[in-house]
Design a protein around this ligand. Structure first.
Ligand SMILES: Cc1cc2nc3c(=O)[nH]c(=O)nc-3n(C[C@H](O)[C@H](O)[C@H](O)COP(=O)(O)O)c2cc1C
Length: 394
């Protein structure tokens, strides 16, 4: 992919320790043929000297809204008009808060608020800051307004903490930027319904049985479909906490029966069904009172099969299902493909490292009636695009 050639990209750098990593991103953007303008906050210049970004971008770095030494144009407006995309990386808690509230008190925030092009941001901060409710709200507010977040994986942070808040790696940010232009509208006009997360088997008023699905793969697919122009219906069981754009239709469900009902409700207007959820296959009779017996034996019966229902009723619409397997993987996945009348099964061997539940990466094999394509380890968001690429050819 090199859709960034001849595009103008503003790279907004704010004052976080990850600013040094953005040198690599700027270099890669320039090498891909993009024109890059770096805007830095004053605090960002404490971390990396503007000279580094000037040398890498071949353009003057701008920090000061009132700089009158260079051009007669109102620079934040002229740059905003030229831009095809903006990436703010690292996006500090401070810059996120300012943009979420429309504050434009330096060049970076002023220029970004003047931009009409797609705006991505890569939050980067200490884990406690990242988990702080006000920061989450501000990130959520930006996402609702159409800013596209690029999150890093949990891991070691410069402050010594281990957790969320790490900036996404420059390669991941580059791929996401490239994807903006590469296939921005190939799903335009289509409605994509994605199921995500776990459902629960209620046992009594306080207890339930569930599974380990985080919903990350489903969320990545919904984001990819959204970025490619689709209308998204997101049928959400229990998942991690995601920022959801206001344009999505969201159905929050608790049980497998509720998930099926939500899928049925939207089935007529859906063009592509992507069943990435892990609905519980079983259900039981919920007792009215809390169970107090010493031992508990559950009688589970089969819950309704959502993918099978879609397979029976989809006509010419497309159906993608997921198979999380531990043994005899391909043959089990092929059986599932045929049994559910699906167009593609995404097979995860959950015994492989980096695959399956609760991680940001996945190793998958895309199986159709004619083909078997094993993918290498990649980010779930990248895999989501690979799945949509394949789906659109079926
Ligand atoms: C060594 C150091 C590292 C910092 N790293 C971060 C960071 O990763 N993320 C963040 O939100 N703030 C970080 N801060 C705090 C910001 O620099 C501070 O909130 C500043 O006001 C941000 O300004 P800006 O958003 O205008 O660039 C750091 C501060 C220091 C001294």
């Amino acid at each position: 992919m090199n859709a960034l050639k001849d595009k103008t990209v503003i790279v907004g750098v704010s004052g976080g320790i990850a600013a040094y990593k953005v040198c690599g991103l700027v270099s890669k953007l320039v090498q891909s043929g993009a024109t890059v303008h770096v805007a830095m906050t004053r605090n960002a210049t404490e971390f990396v000297a503007p000279l580094s970004f000037e040398t890498l971008s071949h353009n003057r770095v701008i920090t000061d809204t009132f700089d009158r030494n260079f051009t007669w144009e109102v620079e934040h407006v002229s740059l905003a008009k030229k831009a095809d995309a903006v990436i703010i990386a690292p996006a500090t808690a401070n810059v996120v808060a300012k943009l979420a509230h429309g504050i434009a008190d330096d060049f970076l925030t002023t220029a970004v608020l003047a931009c009409k092009c797609p705006i991505m941001f890569a939050p980067a901060m200490n884990t406690a800051m990242f988990d702080n409710a006000v920061v989450r709200e501000n990130i959520g507010a930006l996402v609702k307004r159409g800013f596209v977040p690029v999150y890093g994986e949990c891991g070691y942070l410069a402050c010594g903490d281990v957790g969320g808040g790490r900036m996404a790696e420059p390669d991941v940010i580059f791929t996401r930027l490239d994807g903006l232009f590469d296939k921005r509208s190939d799903h335009a006009g289509k409605t994509v319904l994605v199921t995500a997360g776990a459902t629960r088997i209620d046992i009594d008023p306080v207890r339930y049985v569930s599974n380990r699905s985080s919903g990350k793969m489903g969320y990545a697919l919904a984001c990819a479909a959204h970025d490619r122009g689709a209308n998204v219906v997101f049928v959400k069981g229990f998942t991690d906490d995601f920022d959801i754009p206001s344009s999505w239709t969201v159905e929050n469900v608790r049980t497998t029966r509720e998930m099926l009902a939500a899928v049925k409700k939207h089935a007529d207007k859906t063009d592509m069904f992507i069943m990435a959820a892990a609905p519980c296959d079983y259900e039981t009779k919920v007792t009215a009172q809390k169970i107090k017996s010493a031992a508990l034996e559950l009688k589970l019966t089969k819950a309704p099969d959502i993918a099978a229902w879609v397979g029976e009723h989809k006509n010419k619409k497309k159906l993608v299902i997921f198979a999380a397997e531990t043994d005899d993987c391909e043959s089990n996945a092929r059986k599932k493909l045929a049994a559910k009348h699906a167009d593609m099964v995404v097979l995860n061997d959950v015994t492989e490292s980096g695959a399956g539940f609760d991680v940001d990466t996945n190793v998958a094999t895309l199986i159709t009636s004619q083909t078997t394509e094993r993918q290498s380890l990649m980010q779930k968001r990248e895999l989501a695009d690979v799945i949509l690429d394949k789906l659109i050819t079926l």
